[in-house]
Design a binder for this molecule. Structure first.
Ligand SMILES: *Cc1c(COP(=O)(O)O)cnc(C)c1O
Length: 381
C-alpha cells in the first residue's frame, strides 16, 4: 500500500519550502564569527530587543507552568498602548500564525483568496495549506495596487479573503486611506498586514493621531482602530521587526467581533510562550526605547536610499518600511548577493514576476550602511 496517498492532495501538490540557512551554519560556511556578519536579509531590528525585554527574559519566574491561553497581561498592555479594546485583540506565535488562523477559520476547500503580488510569501503558503483558491491580482510596475481589478475580481469570483500588506514586503509602498476604504466597501474580509507600519510616515501615532486619542503617544497605531468601524477588517502586527523579538515568535491582531469566538475555539491554547509574552509586555513598557530606535532606523533608511541611488547599477525604490528594494541593472543580482555574502553581508535576492533581478536590503546601523557601500564600490569595480 502506498501510504503517501493519505496526505491531502493540496499538500502533495505544494512545492517544498526552501528553509533559510541557519545563522550558525552560514557563519561556519563563511568562516566568520556570527558577530561579524551583517545580516540585512530578514528585516530584523539591528539594535536587538529593548533592555527591559532582555531583563524580563533573564528573570522569568514560571517557565515550568503552561502559559495563560488568553495572554491577558499582554492583551491588556496592547490595549493600553493602542486604544483598541482588549476583547478585540488576539496574540499568536508571530503574525504568521494569525494569518494561518484566520485562513483556517474562514476557508473551505476552493474558497478564493485575493493576494496582490509581489508581496509576502506566507499568503500563498497559507492559502495552499488551507486548500484555498489563490487569486493573484498583480501590483503595477510601481507596486501600487490595481484597485479596479481587485473590485472586479471580488464581484466576479466572490473570494472570502483579500490580503493587503502595507507597507508592502518587499518594496515598502503603502496603501492610501481612500483606496483602503474602497476595498473595505467590498463584500470580502480584508486582512491588512501592518508588520512594518512602525516605520511609515504619516501613520497614526497614538495621542497625536487623527482618531487615536486613547492610544499611547508615539506608538504607531496604524489602522488597528479601524476594526471598530469596519466589520470586515483584520489588522495584523508583530513584535518581530521593530521590537526585535523575531526569535521568540509573538504577534497580534485586531479582529471583528463576529470572528473572534471562532478564532478562540480553534487557536492552540498555548500558542504564545511564557517567554514571548513576558518579553512583549516588557517591550511595550519601553516605548521610549522603541521610539528612539524607530527614529534611528527611519533616518538610516533615508541615508541608505540616497547612497544606493548614487550607485549607477542600482535602482532603489522609495520605501516606508525598514528595508529597501533595489532593481539591479546590467549585472546579475544573484551574483551580487553571492559577492556580498563572501564579504559577510547578507541581503535578500528575488527573481520572479515583478521582481526580476532584485535585491532587498534591510536597514541596519549606520556602520552597516558604510560597510555595505564600501563592498558595493569594490564589487562595482
Ligand atoms: C515578517 C513579517 C510578518 C510576520 O512576522 P512574525 O515574525 O510571524 O510575527 C508578517 N507579515 C509580513 C509582511 C512580514 O514581513
Amino acid at each position: 500500500m502506498n501510504f503517501e496517498q493519505f496526505v491531502r492532495s493540496e499538500i502533495t501538490q505544494m512545492k517544498p519550502y526552501t528553509p533559510i540557512v541557519p545563522f550558525a551554519v552560514l557563519s561556519q560556511r563563511l568562516g566568520r564569527p556570527s558577530a561579524d556578519i551583517i545580516k540585512l536579509d530578514a528585516n530584523e531590528n539591528p539594535y536587538g530587543a529593548s533592555p527591559k525585554a532582555m531583563a524580563a527574559l533573564a528573570n522569568l519566574p514560571y517557565v515550568h507552568i503552561y502559559p495563560d491561553p488568553e495572554a491577558t497581561p499582554l492583551r491588556e498592555a496592547l490595549s493600553a498602548v493602542t486604544g483598541v479594546p482588549q476583547e478585540r485583540l488576539l496574540v499568536g506565535a508571530g503574525a504568521d500564525e494569525l494569518i494561518d488562523l484566520v485562513f483556517r477559520a474562514v476557508l473551505s476547500p476552493g474558497d478564493g483568496v485575493v493576494d496582490c503580488p509581489p508581496s509576502f510569501g506566507m499568503y500563498p503558503f497559507s492559502t495552499a495549506v488551507n486548500a484555498g483558491r489563490y487569486i493573484p491580482i498583480r501590483r503595477r510596475a510601481d507596486f501600487s495596487l490595481d484597485v479596479e481589478a481587485i473590485e472586479r475580481v471580488v464581484r466576479e469570483q466572490h473570494p472570502k479573503l483579500l490580503v493587503i500588506c502595507s507597507p508592502n514586503n518587499p518594496d515598502g509602498s503603502v496603501i492610501d486611506d481612500d483606496s483602503l476604504r474602497r476595498l473595505l466597501a467590498l463584500p470580502v474580509l480584508v486582512l491588512l498586514d501592518e508588520a512594518y507600519v512602525d516605520f511609515a510616515e504619516g501613520v497614526n501615532r497614538g495621542g497625536r493621531g487623527e482618531r487615536g486619542g486613547k492610544g499611547e503617544e508615539g506608538f504607531a497605531v496604524g489602522h488597528l482602530h479601524w476594526v471598530m468601524e469596519y466589520d470586515n477588517l483584520v489588522v495584523l502586527r508583530t513584535f518581530s521587526k521593530l521590537a526585535g523579538l523575531a526569535g521568540l515568535r509573538v504577534g497580534y491582531g485586531a479582529f471583528p467581533d463576529w470572528l473572534l469566538p471562532h478564532l478562540w475555539k480553534i487557536k492552540q491554547p498555548y500558542n504564545t510562550s511564557v517567554a514571548a509574552s513576558a518579553a512583549a509586555v516588557a517591550a511595550l513598557d519601553d516605548l521610549a526605547w522603541l521610539r528612539e530606535k524607530t527614529l534611528l532606523i527611519v533616518a538610516e533608511r533615508e541615508r541608505l536610499g540616497n547612497l544606493l541611488a548614487e550607485v549607477d547599477w542600482l535602482r532603489p525604490y522609495p520605501s516606508q518600511a525598514n528595508f529597501i528594494l533595489c532593481r539591479v541593472d546590467g549585472r546579475d543580482a544573484a551574483q551580487l548577493k553571492h559577492d556580498l555574502e563572501q564579504r559577510g553581508i547578507l541581503v535578500r535576492y528575488f527573481n520572479k514576476p515583478g521582481l526580476d533581478n532584485c535585491i532587498r536590503i534591510s536597514v541596519g546601523r549606520p556602520s552597516d550602511t558604510d560597510t555595505l557601500l564600501k563592498a558595493l564600490r569594490e564589487i562595482g569595480g
